[in-house]
Design a protein around this ligand. Structure first.
Ligand code: MG
Length: 246
């Protein structure tokens, strides 16, 4: 796992996996496998921790109307996803992401804790430790809205690729804290277009969420973004293909 991985040579990050076109549940293993099949450079997913400290994959703080942080894994897992799949644990998700995959990065969004900042940092440490236990460090990148979590990840794994999501920190601030990149809402780059150039100068990775329309995808492609996070990976591949044939 010490070998650097050459991820697919495209900027396409499937947001919550590639779910939309085939009507798969978001954040399902099926959606991850579809992103891998499409050869996306990354597939994003969201992590929460249950009341009994199980890391699970789900976007919302609630699953089936139960607050994940205050419900046990046993209780949550009683309800399958809409495609019949079991609610995935982080371990199961990473295991699936390591299977027959040498080109799609696993983009782990660690969701902030609503209980406490301390719990949030503990969750971040647990995620990094599990990734390490599974020898998946080189397949993973971390993203978070919670800056304390970002700093915690950096502290626990000095080599981890970690990007910040919330949008209010300048590239200079991120660089000073040794954060790897910025993954900001597209409106932030419209408001602060200068941040694109300064991020490049500082050697920070540029990522943007969540761009789903052709003009937006074309704009961020033209700006040379290394990553573009989208619910429409097939559309972004089509635009890239058309550009190359022009
Ligand atoms: Mg997410």
């Amino acid at each position: 796992s010490d070998q650097p991985i050459r991820f697919a040579d495209n900027p396409v990050v499937a947001h919550r996996g590639a779910w939309k076109k085939n009507n798969l549940p978001e954040n399902s293993i099926a959606a991850l496998k579809e992103a891998i099949r499409l050869n996306c450079t990354g597939s994003e997913f969201d992590i929460h921790m249950t009341a009994d400290d199980t890391l699970i994959i789900n976007h919302d703080p609630h699953y089936n109307n139960l607050l994940v942080e205050s419900t046990t894994y046993r209780e949550l897992v009683k309800t399958p996803l809409s495609n019949g799949e079991k609610l995935p644990t982080l371990r199961e998700y990473i295991r699936a992401g390591l299977e027959n995959n040498k080109s799609t990065m696993l983009v782990c969004e660690i969701k902030p804790s609503r209980i406490s900042k301390e719990r949030g940092k503990m969750i971040a440490s647990k995620v990094v430790q599990l990734v390490r236990d599974m020898k998946a460090q080189n397949m993973v990148m971390y993203i978070s809205f919670d800056y304390d979590m970002v700093l915690k990840i950096r502290e626990v794994d000095p080599n981890a690729h970690v990007q910040y999501l919330n949008g209010e920190k300048s590239p200079e601030q991120l660089k000073a804290d040794n954060v790897s990149g910025l993954d900001y809402h597209y409106s932030v780059f419209r408001k602060e277009p200068g941040w694109i150039g300064s991020a490049k100068q500082l050697g920070l990775a540029l990522n943007v969420w969540t761009v789903n329309d052709a003009p937006g995808l074309e704009y961020f492609l033209s700006q040379g973004f290394q990553y573009i996070t989208t619910n429409e990976p097939e559309l972004l591949f089509e635009i890239i293909k058309q550009k190359k044939s022009r």
